[in-house]
Design a binder for this molecule. Structure first.
Ligand SMILES: [Zn+2]
Length: 55
């Protein structure tokens, strides 16, 4: 994952790089080691759940 990955918040319209997103563990049964939820750094809304893989 790199700074080239950019997302737009549906709630406030902010654009941000993946590296700037607030990351939280996913809700539910998804493996938190493999999946992370990217949240808007401006308003905190959940924007996307991404696969980060196992290390
Ligand atoms: Zn936002």
């Amino acid at each position: 994952m790199s700074d080239a990955d950019r997302y737009t918040c549906d709630d406030c319209g902010a654009e941000f790089a993946a590296s700037a997103a607030t990351r939280t563990e996913t809700i539910g049964a998804l493996d938190s080691d493999a999946w992370q939820t990217l949240c808007c750094p401006t308003c905190g809304a959940r924007v996307k759940t991404v696969f980060v893989g196992r290390r």
